[in-house]
Design a protein around this ligand. Structure first.
Ligand code: NAP
Length: 242
């Protein structure tokens, strides 16, 4: 069977993406870093909808941990492979550059960039060799396209995700593996709950934050058969905030 792996699938966008992909009949591996209760909740929702899922705990920044978790999964699933990968795990740690600590800088880049690399590199050979094609969707951000004061670390990470997407798409195109990115604006999740929403929505033409489910629909489309000729692209989803 062809599984989907969603990094950071326990909360926010990842949670909605897991539920949406499972609703398409795809068995989903819900990755989480620490919050097992939230990950189990996602799995229970999927089961309640008649879908199939498994939990997989690893920290995307831990190369050894990533490889060990996927090695173990492959041992237990000799007939299966991960044909859909959503690199969603990400963190924010905002601050102006002149006050930014090493930890603040590296933590954000490690999660969005190095984490994406460790997971994707590990899964690519099977995805390309199986001959059934594959889908990789990377979660970037409006910040990665536009740049935002107080987020040099996050903007660097999310711009890198776009660059990786463009380059990797060219490496995998002939193997029928598409690689795209989504660039959400402000979406209602734990990551944005400390932001002044009332103030920010004044800048958003649609006058609201997006919902995780709206991003999940876009990711689901990019994972579908209908999106097979779309690769190397970054699709914005931001209520008109340019
Ligand atoms: P969130 O609500 O804070 O959830 C973050 C998820 O990532 C959680 O499932 C968390 O797992 C997981 N995670 C964090 N670090 C991890 C690591 N090192 N290894 C494995 N999993 C890790 O965030 P979100 O808003 O859903 O954001 C998801 C993605 O969308 C991120 O890449 C973010 O940058 C991007 N994004 C978000 C927005 C927005 O407005 N919300 C906008 C643009 C882009 P645990 O539950 O185990 O902690």
């Amino acid at each position: 069977m062809k599984y989907a792996l969603v990094t950071g699938g326990s909360r926010g966008l990842g949670r909605a993406i897991c539920i949406r992909l499972a609703g398409m009949g795809i068995p989903v591996i819900i990755n989480f870093r620490g919050n097992e209760i939230a990950a189990q909740e996602v799995s229970d929702i999927i089961a309640g909808n008649g879908g199939k899922s498994e939990l997989m705990k690893f920290d995307v920044t831990d190369k050894v941990g990533v490889e060990a978790a996927i090695d173990e999964w492959e041992r237990n699933h000799p007939e299966d492979y991960v044909g859909y990968l959503v690199n969603n795990a990400g963190i924010r740690n905002d601050g102006v550059m002149f006050m930014m600590t090493d930890e603040g800088w590296h933590g954000v880049l490690d999660t969005s960039v190095n984490g994406l690399f460790y997971v994707t590199r590990r899964l690519l050979p099977k995805m390309m060799m199986r001959g059934h094609g594959g889908r990789i969707v990377n979660v970037s951000s409006l910040s990665g396209l536009k740049g935002l004061a107080g987020q040099t670390n996050y903007c660097a990470a999310k711009s890198a995700v776009i660059g990786i997407t463009r380059a990797l798409a060219q490496e995998t195109a002939a193997r029928n593996v598409t690689v795209n990115a989504v660039a959400p604006g402000f979406i209602e999740t734990d990551m944005t709950k400390d932001l002044p929403q009332e103030e920010l929505i004044r800048m958003i033409p649609q006058k609201r934050f997006g919902k995780p489910e709206e991003v999940a629909h876009l990711v689901a489309f990019l994972c579908s058969e209908e999106a097979s000729y779309i690769t190397g692209q970054t699709i914005s989803i931001n209520g008109g905030l340019l």
